[in-house]
Structures are given as structure tokens and as C-alpha cells.
Design a protein around this ligand. Sequence first.
Ligand code: AP5
Length: 224
Amino acid sequence: MNMVLLGPPGAGKGTQADMLIKAYGLLHISTGAMLREAVKEGGELGAEIETYMNSGELVPDDIVTKAVTERMNKPDAADGVILDGYPRTRIQAESLDKALREENKSLDTVLYFKTSEEVAVYRLSGRRVCEKCGKNYHVVNIPPRVENICDKCNVKLIQREDDSPETVKNRLAVYGKRTKDLIVYYNEKGLLNEVDGDVQAKKLFDEIDILLKKKGLIENDDSN
Ligand code: AP5
């Protein structure tokens, strides 16, 4: 199954992607995570990407699409992927259609996380991330077992550079200007499924699980 997670910053795409890969074993492709890795690697490209990310602007389509297409063509993507944060523009959506077509694959579904701005801002301001494994926490909603320490890696949690109030404001504006149109794009293709991004993470996962089973995209295991 190939699935796109669409929604504003802070909608919980990364959180649900983690839960979905645990449940269904698909490959998680997060463009945000890939780009953060590229920044860590440094060099001219890393520095260019960092400038866009830290101001909340989108990284140019060609850079992101090349990275995603290369990742999707690796053998471990053969059984399906969860695309988190990609596509984010019409050009990226068309590139994705083309890349899938060329591999005789298709997109099975798009989950659109409808989320209020107030909730998104609250979540991003309280988000903490493990620098080592990338796991997301929230100081109130999804806290680690020990304050400010990753449950898995036992290292300190950090606040993402682009979660500062000014950058969050711009990221939300950029989403409205450049990404929101994809709701119409995928609705016209009959692929869009709206879910309530404002609800608690486990509740949302259960909603998604029921939806995917109803659509026959994952097996309906009666023991659940
Ligand atoms: P990216 O890393 O993709 O960030 P984003 O899309 O802005 O999304 P976030 O990671 O901020 O939010 P999320 O929806 O994943 O929420 P999360 O689960 O973390 O992109 C970063 C930057 O990279 C972009 O600004 C851009 O510059 C660049 N970029 C990336 N992709 C690109 C592309 N395709 N093209 C061009 N540029 C690109 O949850 C947030 C918080 O809320 C967490 O603390 C979490 O614990 C908590 N939480 C989550 N769900 C719930 C819930 N249901 N209830 C309560 N709390 C919750």
C-alpha cells in the first residue's frame, strides 16, 4: 500500500506514521527527516537546505523529489510506503504520480489530517525530539517516561530549530499558500480521506485503522 499523509505542520503526521509502521510494517519516508539528515551531513547542499527549513520555507521541488524518488526505488520500498510531508506542492504531486507510474505502482490513499491552527501551534510549541532516533514527544500530551529524556535512547530531548514561534507562523502560512491545494487535487482523484487531526493520538490511530480495513488496504484481523 502506498499512502500519503497530508496536513499542516503539527497535525500529527509523524506521530501517526510511527504508529502505522509499527502496526503494518510499511516503510516510512519523511521528507522532513531526510532533509534534517542532509543538513547534518553538511556541505553546500546541506547549508542551502538549512536556510529554507529554518525560515519555514519549502525546500525547492527538484531537491526533494530527487531524494524521495531515489528512496522509493530501493528494494525495501517494494511493499509500499507511507509518505509523510511529501508531496507539498502541485509539482511534487505530479512528480510522485509520474514516479509511481514508471514503476507500475499507484497511490492507494491519502489521509488528510484536518487540524485547527490553535491545536497545531500548541503541539509544535510543546514538541520535543530525540536527537538520536528522531522520536517525537510532547511535554504535556505525549511526555517521555523521564522528563526530557528519550524512552528508547536515554539521551536528552531537544526542541526543533523550526519550532520557534516565528518560524511556526511562517510554516503554517506556507502550508496555506502552497500545500492546501493538494486537498482539492487528491479529492478530484477520489483518493482523499479526511480524518480529525485534533483528537488524541490513539483515538486517531483507531479511526485510521478502521478506515484502512474498510477500504481493504490492510487485512481485517478479527483478533484485534
Ligand atoms: P516536516 O518535518 O515534514 O515538518 P511538518 O510537515 O511541518 O510537520 P511536523 O513534523 O512539524 O508535524 P507533524 O504533522 O509530523 O506532527 P508531529 O507528529 O510531529 O518538514 C520540516 C521542513 O522541511 C519544512 O518546513 C520544509 O522546509 C522542509 N520540507 C519537508 N518536506 C518538504 C517537501 N516535501 N517539500 C519542500 N520542503 C519540505 O506532532 C507534533 C507534536 O504534537 C508532537 O509533539 C507530538 O507528540 C504531538 N502530537 C501529535 N499527534 C498528537 C495528537 N493526536 N494529540 C496530541 N498531541 C499530538
